[in-house]
Design a protein around this ligand. Sequence first.
Ligand SMILES: Nc1ncnc2c1ncn2[C@@H]1O[C@H](COP(=O)(O)OP(=O)(O)OP(=O)(O)O)[C@@H](O)[C@H]1O
Ligand SMILES: Nc1ccn([C@H]2C[C@H](O)[C@@H](COP(=O)(O)O)O2)c(=O)n1
Length: 226
Amino acid sequence: MESVIVAIDGPSGTGKSSTSRAVAAELGLSYLDTGAQYRAITWWMLTNGIDVDDPGAVAAVCGKPVIESGTDPLAPAISVDGADAAGPIRTREVTSRVSAVSAVPEVRARITGLQRAIAAAAEKGIVVEGRDIGTTVLPGADVKIFLTASPEARAARRSGELKGSEAADLASTREALIRRDAADSSRKTSPLAKAGDAVEVDTTDLTLPQVIECVVALVEEKRAAR
Ligand SMILES: Nc1ncnc2c1ncn2[C@@H]1O[C@H](COP(=O)(O)OP(=O)(O)OP(=O)(O)O)[C@@H](O)[C@H]1O
Ligand SMILES: Nc1ccn([C@H]2C[C@H](O)[C@@H](COP(=O)(O)O)O2)c(=O)n1
């Protein structure tokens, strides 16, 4: 079977990770969570005392951390300087600072380079999820999907995940994700955007299995047309 590159973009909480992992597993493809890479570099900045609101300071050191991403959809993994970072990158602090770090052009250039190298090495193909995959990272992707959902649906999905001290009410979760989407959409360098040739899938009223089925069908359709 010929290799296939699938780009899945969209705002936060639309189901990119859940869908991408399941589609990659079902089709025997590799999987890359690019948001985890931006979270990992943000976590490194915070733990090393870098002022993440100072783009110059961030740019000066962004080449330092060694970020490695696993590509098995059944066992997603990310490490920074050899240490497992899967847990620490999901804290509320990292979530609230990641948009500032990922807006720095030098950070984007470095992480985009890592992403392209990983995609090029995926022999059977890969599902890559993020914000700028179809527009900037892999503009020649075979299949491009842009997932959307209402802010209410996304907030309800996210609130269900947070536990203990990280738990937040629906309204503040909704506000936080709208704020992050606004920052990610308005940055100058490769903002969150739908590629002109992407298929938009509104997941508001779809179950996760329905979204997965829809994306698998789009990939199979593309393969059959080759
Ligand atoms: N269609 C759906 N219906 C209901 N729940 C869903 C659906 N898609 C995803 N979810 C749930 O919503 C939550 C967020 O999904 P996921 O992490 O895949 O989104 P995301 O777009 O990758 O978010 P982010 O960009 O913030 O990482 C998860 O708990 C997931 O199980
Ligand atoms: N291709 C990407 C992927 C992610 N980001 C930034 C913007 C997000 O707010 C943040 C975290 O992503 P998530 O884990 O929530 O998917 O990373 C980006 O700029 N470009």
